[in-house]
Design a protein around this ligand. Structure first.
Ligand code: FRU
Length: 604
């Protein structure tokens, strides 16, 4: 099974590779000197058609409106925008050269199209061979003029290389015909209206001419229209560009307005092909001079027909292109959908893995729990078994204890009669006073211990009664002061022997209370016996009797507090909580020894 981590990283790799693949776009900046004429429109159209074959290329075009400064700014802007390649058709070469050099030197490839710059700082050049066009135009004019005539030359912008090169070629060709002269050379700045203005001036100046050679068809048309207005259109008119369409040179030739035009390809298609090669590091030609051809009455119609065909084919291609684009976009959306589905599937896989893992962990935990449950059950069973056993043992023990007690009580009961029989004659002996003092003392000791034994047996019987809940309180009104003094009296001799200061303190002589004489006697006796047990020689034991208001809410208005204090070591803190536990003793062995000792002395 694929681990969660692995499946997540696979998904990430898939995503990243898709992102890299999808984002690999090249931005082409295209600085066009102008787009105000059909030649430039054609160039742009050709570029767009060609770009359709390279979806990774994206072109941003800026139109400088035949303004050098604007074009410099346009290129700066494109640079800032971040471009991978620059196509530039400089308005005029000199003013544009530094900015083109800057782009080239910054490492961005530069393709110069149509018009050139004055340095070699470009990656490739695409354009017609202007020198050759000029030369061919010269030869053509010479042929038309039969080697003799007057020519008006209408150039383009003087600073643009096509104008310079065409002029050079034209002049060079005409230099072979001494009877041909250029009577006037004016600049129509590549546009119709300037050409018209210049032509009007020439006509106004009455300059005689046989042929007008304009450096493009637009200017030739302008000149021709002015000439026509002035009724002198019956001259030769030559132009350059040879564009297709109603306002193109081919149509002008067919109409008879122009005698000839020289094809000047825009190079738009070629430029994009070179862009692709440069960006993909494929081999490419640096100088791409495009062929020219003369279009005159002999071939204009054929060329038009061919161009028609080419254009209709192009239209079909464009249609197919749009169909293809539609399909591509459909494919892309399907691909995106597929990717989304894959991502969701991947997430599902991750989720399933997580759920399965959680499920497995749950099963494990459940098993563990089940095991623990079983263990607990087993232990519980054991515990309840042990508890049952314990109950059984306890019951048996209780039964045994009861039986022992019963036996013991019975025996004790049996002791009472002989003991009473011992005490009676002993008392007689003591009272007869016939015996020497020493014997009397012995009788007394025997008497006291017999009484003690009798009392112990009685206590044992009481305990049994208590156990069987048959003991009853037998209260009557007695003087508690007299009661305590009597007990005090019985301990005085013992106190003297132990060298213990034993006192009873009471402000009153008589306080009558309701109490069970016998039981309270046992309580006080027990407390004093313990006090004597743990008070060393030289110590002090005190019985205090205080009459006071009840500390807590009580049934009577007054209470009597009996406090027995001693200077013994006291009961350790940890044993205090057990003082009301039945039979609880701090040190049993010592206690027993003490009991035995006291018994010998006839006190306990
Ligand atoms: C279009 C144009 C063409 C000419 C070329 C020269 O703007 O004037 O007619 O051939 O530019 O660069």
């Amino acid at each position: 099974m694929i681990s969660t981590k692995r499946s997540i990283s696979l998904l990430l790799i898939f995503f990243m590779s898709y992102a890299v693949y999808a984002d690999k776009k090249y931005i082409i900046g295209f600085s066009q000197c102008t787009s105000a004429d059909i030649w430039r429109e054609t160039m742009h159209r050709e570029m767009l058609i060609e770009l359709a074959f390279y979806p990774e290329l994206e072109m941003i075009m800026k139109d400088a409106n035949s303004d050098n400064n604007q074009q410099i700014k346009d290129i700066e802007d494109l640079l800032k925008q971040g471009i991978d390649l620059l196509i530039v058709s400089p308005n005029e070469s000199k003013p544009l050269t530094p900015i083109v050099e800057k782009v080239f030197n910054s490492g961005i490839p530069v393709i110069v199209i149509d018009r050139n710059i004055t340095t070699e700082a470009y990656t490739a050049f695409v354009g017609g061979n202007n020198y050759l066009i000029g030369k061919e135009a010269g030869n053509y004019a010479a042929r038309l003029l039969n080697g003799k005539g007057r020519i008006i030359e209408i150039t383009g912008l003087p600073g643009s290389t096509p104008s310079i090169d065409r002029h050079r070629g034209f002049q060079e060709s005409l230099s072979r015909f001494p009877d041909i002269s250029i009577v006037k050379s004016v600049s129509g700045k590549w546009n119709w209206s300037d050409a018209k203005t210049e032509m009007q001036k020439i006509i106004t100046e009455k300059i005689d001419f046989d042929l007008v050679f304009a450096y493009n068809d637009v200017m030739a048309n302008g000149a021709h229209s002015v000439a026509k207005e002035n009724g002198i259109e019956n001259k030769y008119y030559l132009g350059i560009d040879g564009l297709y369409g109603e306002e193109g040179g081919i149509q002008y030739v067919i109409n008879g307005m122009l005698d000839a035009t020289f094809l000047y390809p825009t190079g738009g298609e070629k430029a994009i092909q070179i862009v692709h090669k440069i960006l993909k590091n494929l081999p490419f030609e640096r100088e791409n001079l495009l062929e020219t051809v003369v279009i005159d009455s002999t071939n204009a119609k054929i060329i038009k027909l061919q161009t028609d065909q080419v254009l209709s084919l192009q239209g079909k291609i464009e249609n197919q292109n749009s169909v293809l684009e539609e399909q591509i976009s459909r494919f892309q959306s399907q691909r995106d959908l597929l990717i989304l589905s894959l991502v969701l599937l991947g997430l599902n896989v991750v989720l399933i893995v997580l759920v399965l893992r959680a499920f497995r962990n749950k099963i494990k935990a459940n098993k563990k729990l089940e095991l623990q449950k079983q263990q607990i059950e087993r232990r519980n069973n054991e515990i309840s078994k042990q508890r049952d056993q314990l109950i059984e043992i306890t019951e048996k023990l209780e039964e045994a204890t009861k039986a022992k007690l019963r036996f013991f009580t019975n025996i004790s009961h049996e002791f009472r009669t002989p003991l009473t029989l011992i005490v009676g004659p002993l008392e007689d002996l003591i009272q007869s006073r016939e015996f020497p003092v020493e014997l009397q003392k012995q009788f007394n000791l025997m008497h006291r211990n017999s009484l003690r034994l009798l009392r112990m047996i009685n206590q044992l019987m009481d305990f049994r009664k208590l156990e069987n809940e048959k003991m009853k309180l037998q209260a009557a009104e007695y003087n508690i002061v007299a009661f305590l003094k009597e007990i005090h009296e019985s301990f005085v001799e013992h106190a003297n022997k132990k060298n213990i200061d034993f006192q009873i303190q009471s402000k009153e002589d008589k306080i009558f209370l309701w109490f069970d004489w016998d039981k309270l006697d046992k309580v006080i006796f027990n407390l004093l016996a313990n006090a004597f047990k743990f008070t060393p020689a030289g110590g002090k034991i005190t019985i205090q009797l205080v009459k006071e208001k009840p500390v807590v809410k009580s049934i009577s208005d007054e209470e009597v507090l009996i406090r027995i204090t001693d200077t013994g070591r006291g009961i350790p803190k940890e044993h205090l909580i057990h003082i009301f536990d039945r039979f609880y003793q701090v040190e049993q062995s010592q206690d027993l020894q003490e009991q035995a000792r006291l018994a010998l002395q006839g006190i306990y």
